[in-house]
Design a protein around this ligand. Structure first.
Ligand code: ZN
Length: 269
């Protein structure tokens, strides 16, 4: 890949902010605007990092803002959804899945655990325990050498968050980078990675719309790191080719289709 920038689309269903004054007070332009702004301002920590070209897309745009053309040029897609998962067209989910399998990165945030695209990529229910009780969340960094953990301390805390608790019904992650503890006692795998096809996927738990979580510098750091980590290394379109042999093959006399299998069980034994 000889690109000069990483093209990032921050996708948000953008429903709560328009319908709920309390959420709008925290995110007047939508939480996608805060995430996009933070990505533009958070310097990458990895050597040789490419600059980001950050844009946004929302549910109500034509094709949810995810046209074939835009997705073809997208390197990393960030997804926030909650109440409108069912309104996301299956054709768009198919399109995003295809791009991930080709190499596009996908970062799924918070309630995106129940999005069509995340469940599609995981193949499991992706269910979990939850509770809205203004609890403290302590996010432990359990893989400090992982690129997504760069610049973080041993843990960071969010004073108020929604609780998500285990069991989180996901396939075993390739890496569990972050584990959260909540004031009420539960724990949760908060930062998990997978590869699907040629694409990298990161799930990151914090980000309930009723709290100013996406203004938190540690949360912004994790998302910025994840974008660099998930950026494509290849872009390979699946064509399932019929392949000519590289070496000369000897002529075989066997033709199982013609001779059939006539032996009895006794003959085989
Ligand atoms: Zn939530």
């Amino acid at each position: 890949m000889s690109k000069s920038k990483i093209s990032v689309i921050v996708w948000n269903e953008f429903q709560h902010e328009r319908e709920n004054a309390a959420v709008r007070a925290i995110y007047p332009d939508g939480l996608h605007a805060v995430i996009a702004g933070a990505l533009r301002e958070t310097p990458a920590l990895n050597p040789g990092a490419l600059p980001l070209d950050v844009s946004i897309a929302t549910l109500d745009q034509p094709e949810h803002g995810l046209t074939e053309e835009r997705l073809a040029g997208c390197d990393v897609l960030i997804w926030w959804g909650h109440k409108a998962h069912g309104k996301v067209a299956d054709a768009i989910v198919d399109r995003v899945q295809k791009r991930v399998l080709e190499g596009m990165g996908l970062i799924v945030l918070h309630s995106g655990h129940f999005s069509k695209i995340f469940r599609r990529m995981m193949g499991t229910n992706c269910s979990l325990k939850w509770r809205e009780a203004d609890e403290k969340e302590r996010v432990w960094v359990v893989e400090p050498s992982h690129p997504i953990a760069a610049g973080l301390g041993e843990y960071f805390e969010l004073p108020y968050e929604e609780m998500y608790g285990e069991r989180f019904d996901i396939p075993q992650p390739d890496s569990t980078v972050l584990i959260s503890w909540f004031e009420g006692g539960e724990v949760f795998r908060s930062g998990c990675t997978w590869e699907r096809g040629h694409g990298r996927i990161f799930y990151f738990r914090p980000g309930h719309e009723a709290y100013p979580t996406y203004y938190d510098k540690n949360v912004q750091r994790v998302i910025a790191n994840a974008v660099q980590w998930a950026a494509p290394r290849v872009n390979i379109v699946d064509v399932c080719p019929n392949a000519k042999a590289l070496e000369k093959l000897s002529k075989k006399e066997l033709n199982f289709g013609k001779v059939g299998i006539k032996q009895s069980q006794g003959d085989i034994a």
